[in-house]
Design a protein around this ligand. Structure first.
Ligand SMILES: [Mg+2]
Length: 420
């Protein structure tokens, strides 16, 4: 699927839906992949109206549903930077059929500058680490233009990754000290695209952080969450995912480099605190407490719904805690377990489901690594599908979703994985 370019000025709900030429939506696997992406977006949208509100405020004004107004004055169901950046990442993986860090940064820049894949058409919120990196990237692109004698901004954005590698253009625009949760909040598309080869999924989860959050702690938080999402997609039980032995029992996924001590501490169960907020769990902007908060919400929650409420009611960075939680919980429970009303209210839900389908359809399948150092991982691609394969959804997701109260449909995929 070719996603629109910024100059086409299409809002996400206006993007024509072209589904892949395969029927995926009945599979358990699709339920988990869509669950992760939709789980991220639903968490983001639920938490958006109370972002930056302290715990005290949340206790006095609890959130039960998608709400309009609040921090960003959004309509109910509209999402923020977490989902916009995740969609930028997903569309790059799908369009390039590979992990192309230059193209990913270009798309993040489009979102920052032109509101690409934003729910409002403008970038209204951006973290410090991300802003600094994107401004640095823009400066580096000016030099690249001179080097390649390119005048037009559009043309420099289209430079292929091969040329970028040849010129040794450094696309990783961050370094030590950038340890916010800005890379963790958008991570899901990477493990969802590379889930078939866990060690590559884990390594590239780390590289996706280096683009904007180059601190070892932020990188390793992404490697750890990437591994958890891959394991959840593979159907591992919740007990396994949250076990203090998870890292040890999946050690081969992490390559030679061990996780940073702070992340090992989390993996060893630092988030398992019965008292939650009263025991020091915080929905903060730093990557370690943020990861802990999301895992705590998953550990304490009995369902997607229960856990997402745990995440949001910690207060502060509500949308991001819920988005990180949603990536993992959605992959575990499956999209059918996310309340129908929330999915129905979610802005541009058809596009998000369609992107989930393409992530699965074009996911990396071969073990062959073309050039390990340059992150050129080839994927099995369908090429350009013929027009007659396309099915327009016309903004209607009813075929994908169980009807409200349709217990037979709800009993299917997500609940099975939950029962494991
Ligand atoms: Mg946000």
């Amino acid at each position: 699927m070719k996603f629109p370019l910024p100059h086409e000025k299409k809002l996400p709900h206006e993007v024509p839906i072209h589904r892949p030429p395969t029927k995926l939506h009945n599979s358990i696997l699709f339920s988990r992949i869509a669950g992760s992406l939709v789980g991220l977006a639903v968490g983001d949208a639920l938490g958006a109206s109370v972002e930056f509100r302290p715990r005290k405020y949340l206790l006095a004004h609890p959130v039960h549903d998608m709400t309009s107004g609040g921090t960003w004055n959004l309509k109910a169901g509209q999402w923020t930077d977490d989902t916009s950046m995740a969609l930028c990442l997903a569309t790059s993986l799908i369009n390039k059929g590979t992990f192309s860090p230059y193209d990913q940064m270009v798309r993040f820049k489009w979102w920052y500058r032109y509101g690409y894949l934003s729910s409002t058409g403008v970038c209204f919120d951006i973290g410090n680490g991300t802003r600094k990196s994107l401004e640095e990237f823009t400066r580096r692109q000016v030099n690249l233009k001179k080097k390649l004698h390119i005048k037009d901004d559009y043309d420099v954005d289209q430079v292929p990754q091969k040329t970028i590698d040849k010129l040794q253009f450094n696309v990783f625009c961050s370094g030590p000290g950038a340890c916010g949760n800005g890379a963790l909040m958008r991570l899901a598309p990477v493990p969802l695209f590379f889930y078939r080869v866990p060690h590559i999924a884990v390594e590239l989860s780390g590289h996706s952080s280096r683009l904007t959050h180059g601190d070892e702690v932020a990188i390793d938080a992404c490697r750890y969450l990437g591994a958890l999402i891959v394991a959840a997609v593979a159907g591992e039980s919740k007990e396994n995912l949250l076990s203090e032995r998870f890292y040890e029992s999946h050690r081969s996924w992490f390559g030679r480099k061990a996780l940073h001590q702070d992340i090992l501490h989390v993996a060893a169960g630092s988030f398992k605190r019965q008292g939650g907020y009263n025991d020091g769990i915080r929905g903060a902007g730093h990557v370690v407490p943020s990861l802990e908060a999301a895992l705590w919400a998953f550990w304490k929650g009995k369902s997607y719904e229960d856990g997402v409420m745990n995440a949001i009611h910690l207060g502060d960075d509500t949308d991001t805690t819920a988005a990180i939680y949603g990536q993992l919980a959605g992959a575990h429970y499956g999209y059918q377990s996310i309340p129908y009303n929330w999915i129905h209210q979610l802005y541009a839900n058809s596009l998000i489901f369609c992107i989930a389908e393409w992530l699965q359809a074009s996911s990396y399948r071969r073990r062959k690594v073309l050039d390990h150092k340059k992150y050129q991982y080839s994927s099995r691609q369908y090429g350009k599908p013929k027009q007659h394969y396309y099915h327009r959804m016309n903004g209607n997701i009813s075929k994908l979703l169980p009807r409200p109260g349709d217990e037979a449909a709800r009993r299917s995929i997500g609940d099975k994985s939950m029962a494991k």
